[in-house]
Write a protein that binds this ligand. Structure first.
Ligand code: MSP
Length: 526
């Protein structure tokens, strides 16, 4: 039994409902998880995909206050929207990380206690007083970053007072040198490379420690410090721990076996939360807890979906609702668009016109047509039954295609893998034109050739279905069913990735009966 592939995503704040950016990240991780699962099926290894919600902190407390409800009630209401969306989009995590889960709270408290009690001079945690400018309206301390060009704090901060506050600090400075050398020596810590360079640059400029508590008098919605009950844990310190708490770090029968899962193969996060949270705080936290360098997971940093070059935001009123798009185009097509029209790591512009155009050209016309033409020819010329003949092999999914596809998927470059499949679909459509089966069908001397062409098309479509399944699980399954390959005996077809594991991908029988045809991607009027 091989090692489990463990993949996580950023857990979403429950201060506002999900938008298309949240959907992209979860779909990306789900595609990777499904691909890895198909690949691992042969050697019995598994995949564990963790995602969830980040329920605590000021943003959530403030959003709840505006609605006049308890923060827990508010956060759970939004969490339910995230859960419902993942269900609609066929995003199927194995574990659900909710930071209000008692198992998580217990783990966060145990970790803080461990750092608090850890011998060392100077100690990892210390209490200190900070004096600074505080925005009463935003309920936060302001730093020089919040100053405008003229050096003052803008009107959006409301009344500003200078206050003194006592808090607990995590001594990041003690680990600064370790972090610099860790990041320098581990290029694979961050994907893509240019983000690694960006992180190294930030790490070299690092100064100061991290405030990890908030006094309950100003923020009560958080996990209490067990050694100082007047304080709750700073939300980032709480949230990052989800990656280990839900992997069974403190040992809990209802959670996975930590030694089996850790380290995660990929933490999937957006570019905005690399520095400082995942690139600085997180490795230092793990190191301080005694994790070895090799036990620090890789960060897969994706870019953002923007709207006409601008950031999506509630205040700009340009937030895109993924649920409505899934209703209109189907979950498969939305998933396809989200990983097809962005290259992992880069930003892209979201446009419904573009989604609709790709839906029609690549899905309805390209793929849908290939399936439809093939099935209708098999029904018309062969009463639904094809016979394998020596004449087959006029078009094949070759080793080069397999290699390019698997290399791209293994490197999380989904858009490149899809391009290989798309090119193959066009070649198959071209193959039909070039061989004109409608002419072959009229000539009894060409009977064997016609069988060969039909066989090639069925083989090709089966490969296409398997390769597309991680991205479009519904369409993948439907294609296999229509081709007649989703019989109980042939279940393994869904679990194979052509080229990666041919053993999980049995040869087609000598004669084969196809299933009923149905339209995969109906045209959608604008
Ligand atoms: N709660 C924190 C993460 C804690 S992880 C221990 C958070 N939440 S968030 O809801 O603001 O963002 C969740 C994820 O969505 C982040 O990875 C973020 O980068 C991603 N996205 C938010 N807007 C996005 C786009 N417009 N496009 C793509 N991803 C985006 O940060």
């Amino acid at each position: 039994m091989g090692r489990q592939f463990y993949i996580t995503t950023a857990i979403d704040y429950t201060n506002a409902p999900p938008h298309i950016g949240h959907a992209y990240e979860k779909v990306l991780a789900d595609v990777i998880a499904r691909y890895q699962r198909a690949k691992a099926a042969k050697d019995g290894a598994g995949v564990y995909f963790l995602t969830g919600v980040d329920q605590h902190g000021q943003k959530v407390q403030q959003a709840a206050q505006r609605e006049g409800v308890e923060p827990g009630v508010f956060a759970d209401g939004i969490a339910a929207k995230f859960k419902a969306l993942w269900q609609k989009l066929d995003v199927k995590p194995d574990g659900w990380a909710s930071t209000t889960d008692p198992r998580h709270k217990q783990c966060v408290q145990a970790i803080l206690q461990k750092l608090h009690d850890k011998p060392g001079d100077p100690p990892d945690l210390y209490k200190a007083t900070h004096r600074g400018f505080y925005s009463v309206r935003q309920e936060q301390f302001l730093t020089d970053k919040e100053r405008g060009a003229d050096g003052t704090f803008g009107p959006e901060w409301g009344e500003i007072v200078e206050i003194e506050e006592e808090n607990w600090y995590f001594r990041l400075s003690k680990y600064r040198e370790w972090l610099i050398s860790f990041v320098r020596n581990h290029e694979g810590f961050v994907i893509p490379k240019f983000r690694h360079a960006e992180l190294l640059n930030a790490v070299e400029k690092l100064s100061g420690d991290l405030c990890i508590s908030r006094p309950k008098t100003r923020l009560s919605w958080g996990i209490e410090l067990s050694f100082d009950r007047e304080f709750v844990t700073y939300v980032w310190f709480d949230a990052l721990i989800n990656y280990i708490s839900f992997a069974g770090y403190v040992g809990d029968a209802s959670l996975p076996d930590f030694d089996q899962l850790w380290p995660a193969d990929a933490h999937v996060i957006g570019k905005d939360i690399l520095v400082p949270a995942h690139g600085i705080y997180w490795p230092v936290m793990l190191h301080a807890l005694g994790f070895a360098d090799e036990e620090i997971p890789t960060l897969l940093v994706h870019g953002w979906w923007n709207i006409a070059g601008a950031k999506m935001s509630k205040s700009a009123g340009n937030v895109i609702d993924p649920s409505a798009l899934a209703d209109k185009y189907g979950a498969d097509a939305l998933r396809y668009y989200l990983v097809r029209d962005i290259s992992t790591g880069q930003d892209s512009d979201f446009s419904e016109e573009r989604l609709r155009a790709l839906y029609h050209s690549e899905l309805a016309n390209g793929l849908g047509n290939l399936l439809n033409r093939t099935l209708s020819m098999v029904h018309r010329y062969r009463q639904g039954v094809v016979t394998r003949t020596a004449a087959a092999g006029g078009i094949t999914w070759g080793e080069k295609e397999s290699a390019t596809y698997t290399e791209a998927m293994d490197a999380y470059r989904i858009d490149e893998a899809l391009e290989v499949v798309r090119d193959f679909v066009s070649r198959c459509n071209g193959y039909i034109e070039a061989n004109a089966p409608w002419k072959l069908a009229k000539d009894p001397d060409e009977a064997e050739k016609l069988d060969g062409v039909l066989c090639d098309l069925l083989d090709g479509l089966r490969t296409v279905a398997l390769c597309l399944s991680p991205v479009m699980p519904g369409a993948g399954e439907s294609i296999l069913r229509q081709l007649g390959y989703l019989t109980p005996e042939d279940r393994c077809a869904l679990e194979g990735i052509p080229g990666a594991h041919s053993a999980a991908y049995p040869d087609l029988p000598a004669t084969h009966k196809v299933g009923e045809a149905s339209v995969l991607f109906p045209r959608i009027d604008s």
